[in-house]
Design a protein around this ligand. Structure first.
Ligand code: ATP
Length: 518
């Protein structure tokens, strides 16, 4: 366990925090941590599996007859005589909602806070997070920090030293970054597995790390692992956004080298803009471009019914994302998640706290978790979100211009294997009148999603009518029948346009001024 974890925990103990909640699965690691900060203080343990037990041997004391309940055990510490002890309660989360247990814990906590000569620190070490309201104020939630790159380097070096495994420095540099986000226990398990399987630790061990990280996401149940094949080539237009992301991709693809070189880890981007113009597609394609897993965070799913549960869920989601790093963390319709902030209802209180927690993480984050947040309605987003320091860049996705619409048509038709010499895309882009007076209104003002619907509809019609191929005329007919979203929700689009003008977003559609196409 790292020195920084011991230092942080000692700080809380010295500050007389009476109840310390450690939500962790690896009880062995927690025992080691508490032991290292106990310095001669007696440690008492109550474990849900066996009841009272000896902290060192985990055996029940020989004097105990049967298994005392938790309440009886806690009585031992709720007296007036001077006391100095650590009390570890393991996996007792289901008992905490019992008023008698919560009351007893509160009484012990108050003694520690207000009586001289009475110092009993209670550690609630639980694999789940359940905290009743009456204990919330006096409880400190302690997250065991995961090893940093230096710590990981030491773990790997110790391991290869113990087993006399040769390892070159490039492999060490690569693995120490990829192991980030995993606990010492998990790192050792992967090293063991890699060594068992191949008799060495090399570049191939990285695939085991990825597999382990995928398991972590699935087990967490809080993030969704999105399997999507969308790539930058599928995006028509959005040259500015693509150009920007391609420059960041290099860092993610060579994370080990970039970290050693001292590159600051990119935080992420916020993509705002009109509906159906490729925000989601871009988020998905970013993961493919960076060659990392795509995780989706649904903030609505974090809301829990117990006090502090939502915050704990967000903490777990963040820890999971960090464990999986390097990765892209996609937050869709982020305005929905954080709307209602600053309101007076209980729910908005929780949202406000979650939002603060999220912003702090964004500000301080060092791991290779690249956040891509997407939003349609910035009016519902708290202004703090748009402030510098949170995201590296804020992009505005506009309706595609003529050239971009051409690319979108090409991409979508190509993907369906329908781009043939019978199709002249130029005749689909703007108002067009043919020699025989046939008119097509063109696709000015169409979003990418509108174009997708034109292509789909034309393919469906061609299939139903038994036409083997798609023609320009068929596409033009569908275009004439299509009312784009920009017209359907005209007033809302006008309001959005007004709002976007007030902010200095970077254009996702255009290349920066100093770059002239590639
Ligand atoms: P919303 O705000 O409504 O969620 P969005 O901006 O996230 O919309 P997407 O979901 O990315 O839009 O787009 C919907 C579909 O439209 C995409 O799956 C894609 O097929 C097509 N599309 C949109 N924009 C583009 C584009 N620039 N290039 C290629 N296809 C696009």
């Amino acid at each position: 366990m790292s020195i920084s974890a011991e230092h942080a925990l000692t700080g809380y103990i010295n500050a007389l925090r009476p109840l310390i909640y450690i939500n962790h699965f690896d009880f062995h690691a927690v025992d080691e941590l508490i032991k290292n900060v106990s310095e001669g203080i007696d440690i008492y343990e109550y474990n849900n599996a066996v009841g009272r037990c000896n902290f060192e041997t985990k055996l029940q004391p020989s004097s105990s007859i049967g298994r005392p309940d938790l309440s009886t055990f806690l009585e031992l510490f709720d007296g007036n005589e001077p006391r100095k002890a650590f009390v570890i309660l393991k996996d007792v989360h289901y008992f905490l909602n019992d008023p008698a247990i919560a009351g007893r814990l509160k009484s012990i906590a108050e003694r520690t806070m207000f009586s001289d000569d009475y110092y009993v620190t209670i550690f609630l070490v639980c694999s789940q997070f359940i905290l009743p309201q009456e204990l919330e104020k006096m409880t400190t939630v302690f997250d065991i920090p995961l090893p940093d790159v230096d710590g990981i380097e030491n773990i790997i070096k110790d391991y290869v030293h113990d087993f006399k495994i040769p390892m070159d420095s490039d492999v060490l540099n690569d693995l120490k970054v990829k192991f980030r986000g995993l606990s010492e226990f998990e790192i050792r398990q992967i090293l063991n597995l890699a060594y068992q399987q191949s008799g060495m630790i090399d570049e191939q061990s990285a695939t085991l790390i990825l597999k382990e990280k995928e398991q972590i996401i699935r087990k967490s149940g809080i993030l969704e692992l999105v399997n999507d094949d969308s790539s930058m080539e599928d995006i028509g237009g959005l040259a500015g956004l693509k150009y920007y992301l391609e420059s960041k991709a290099l860092i993610f693809k060579e994370l080990g080298r970039a970290t050693v070189f001292g590159v600051d880890m990119p935080k992420g981007i916020l993509i705002v803009g009109f509906p159906g113009c490729g925000k989601t597609l871009s988020a998905k394609a970013t993961a493919k471009l960076f060659d990392v897993p795509l995780l989706r965070l649904d903030i609505g799913k974090l809301m829990g019914k117990y006090v502090g549960e939502s915050e704990n869920n967000l903490r777990r989601a963040i820890k999971t994302a960090e464990a999986v790093a390097p990765c892209v963390l996609w937050i869709d319709e982020v305005e929905k998640a954080f709307s209602g902030i600053g309101g007076i209802s209980g729910a908005s209180d929780i949202t406000t706290r979650l939002f603060g927690q999220f912003l702090t993480w964004m500000q301080e984050k060092k791991d290779a978790v690249y956040v891509v947040a997407t939003s349609n309605d910035i009016a519902k987003l708290p202004p703090e979100f748009l402030r510098r320091g949170r995201f590296d860049e804020l992009f505005l996705v506009d309706f595609p211009d003529k050239n971009e619409r051409k690319e979108i048509f090409e991409n979508l038709l190509n993907r369906k294997n329908k781009l043939t010499s019978q199709i002249d895309i130029i005749k689909l882009l703007e108002k067009y009148t043919s020699d025989d007076k046939f008119q097509c209104k063109g696709t000015a003002g169409f979003s990418g999603a509108d174009i997708l619907s034109v292509v789909k509809e034309t393919i469906d019609t061609a299939f139903i009518s038994g036409n083997g191929s798609i023609t320009t005329k068929a596409l033009q007919n569908t275009i004439n029948e299509t009312i784009p979203l920009k017209e359907t929700i005209k007033d809302e689009i006008a309001k959005m346009e007004d709002k976007y003008k007030k902010y200095n977003f970077k254009s996702a559609n255009k290349l920066p001024n100093n770059i002239t196409g590639r």
